[in-house]
Write a protein that binds this ligand. Sequence first.
Ligand code: IMP
Ligand code: MG
Length: 185
Amino acid sequence: MTITDPRTGSHVIDRIVFSADEIEARIAELGREITDAVPADLDLVLIGMLKGSLPFLADLARAIPRPVRVDFMVAASYHAGTVSSGEVTLKYEPDTPLEGRFVVIVEDIIDSGTTLTRLLPMFEARKPAQLEVCALLHKRLATLDPPVKWVGFDAPSEFLVGYGLDYAEQFRNLPYIGVLRTDDG
Ligand code: IMP
Ligand code: MG
């Protein structure tokens, strides 16, 4: 699928970084790894960070052949001018009880790591039996503590769009992940 700007008729993606087939194959592996890691007697809860994780969460949940609960969270970060203050709050917190369960936070991409660093303690406070992160992409700019257990792909430090990732709320619908064309580049 190519996306064409209806006003100019030109393609908006410069380069595909991860194809739909590569993403599908990697998610099948992640699904198996998560399935194998969850003890049989624990309930598994996947919590997707909206909006970017939407396609990843949907495909990942279907790659896990065991009972699984799905919920969401919505985070808000506060910016003073163009600089992030590093302050993150939850606008929507999952209703699903997490105590004693195997909880996996599903993220589209880890960039600075600020979002997760702020949010993980809030989830720890709900006393899950185990709390892990599964991120489709990791730019490896930050090391999280504890480290992210499951990563789909190491990402280049470029701005990526597609498969949930947006630029100004556009391009989440691309079935692949790519780099935007810049007119001056
Ligand atoms: P962090 O808190 O800096 O790790 O930022 C993570 C969030 O920033 C992700 O969940 C994305 O919503 C957004 N983000 C970071 N890098 C990109 C990118 O290359 N394309 C689109 N969104 C990105
Ligand atoms: Mg975003």
